[in-house]
Write a protein that binds this ligand. Structure first.
Ligand code: KIV
Length: 284
């Protein structure tokens, strides 16, 4: 249920707004301070974003995983800035309460902080999103700082960074070795010092995620990073059981929507072919 806000007292009656209190980057930082876990999920379209927001998730990520989930690409590399803006517009239209964070796609920020600022401004202006997320550590600090000059909040993303898949070669767990773990720690500090309001850790050992979450003042959000992060994120279509061919160890499936859709569509086909749909009462 959406939370109601008391606006004031009129003739002895409370005047209550049905609009939910919006989640802000400051609220997320307060949640870390008071040990309240942050729940984040992806969404890419109006209908599912509306359900996710109404259920009370704190952050909706318009992830560039849309490239895989929505478009069927093998990687997140091909999705464009225009496509991300489109998905973000659809989500923003649905959301009352959650903070909407939009992934900056591959090629829209790397190696050029002016380009990063320009892309981030387009995302904010054209989609109405509330913040952007970018992948990388020290190498993107200039971009983070420049984006922040426009008042745009930035979320970082370390560990497995899918836009660099051709550099890594695999989607396996990152930072298992000491040298890479130290580098990740330094990158996380650099992102915090640059002004990121939060950072995602993807597929890193739980002990490392614990250490870095305890060290940083900003909230950490884990995916495949164990239970000690300040929040968790999953790809909505994976946790709903819509995508079937992706079963990493970190993924908990909360539903089997894929099977429900399959059954509903098969029943519909049978009814149409058998002539039982539409019935009299479904006709004019
Ligand atoms: O694009 C995405 O869905 C993400 C999450 C996996 C964090 O970046």
């Amino acid at each position: 249920m959406k939370s109601a806000t008391v606006l004031g007292i009129l003739q002895g009656e409370q005047v209550v707004s049905s609009r939910a209190k919006k989640v802000t980057t400051h609220i997320l930082q307060e949640m870390k301070r008071s040990n309240e876990k942050i729940a984040m999920l992806t969404a890419y379209d109006y209908s599912l974003a509306r359900l996710v927001d109404e259920a009370g998730v704190d952050v909706i990520l318009v992830g560039d995983s849309a490239s895989n989930v929505m478009a069927g690409n093998d990687t997140t590399v091909p999705i464009t800035l225009e496509q991300m803006i489109y998905h973000a517009q659809c989500v923003v239209n649905a959301v009352d309460r959650a903070l909407v964070v939009v992934d900056m796609p591959f090629g829209s920020y790397q190696g050029d902080s002016k380009l990063a600022l320009k892309s981030a401004i387009r995302i904010m202006k054209e989609s109405g999103g509330h913040a952007v997320k970018i992948e990388g550590g020290k190498e993107i600090v200039d971009s983070v700082k420049r984006i922040l000059t426009a008042g745009i909040p930035v979320m970082g993303h370390l560990g497995l960074t899918p836009q660099s898949i051709y550099k890594f070669g695999t989607y396996s767990v990152r930072a298992k070795e000491e040298a890479e773990a130290n580098r990740l720690m330094e990158d996380a500090m650099a992102l915090q010092e640059a002004g990121c309001f939060s950072v995602v850790f993807e597929k890193i050992p739980a002990d490392l995620a614990k250490k870095v979450s305890e060290t940083l003042d900003i909230p950490t959000i884990g995916i495949g990073a164990g239970p000690h992060c300040d929040g968790q994120v999953l790809v909505l279509h994976d946790m709903l059981g819509i995508t079937k061919d992706f079963s990493p160890r970190f993924l908990r499936r909360y539903s089997d929507v894929g099977s429900a859709v399959d059954k509903a569509v098969r029943d519909y086909i049978d009814d149409v072919r058998g002539g039982s749909f539409p019935a009299q009462e479904e006709s004019y």
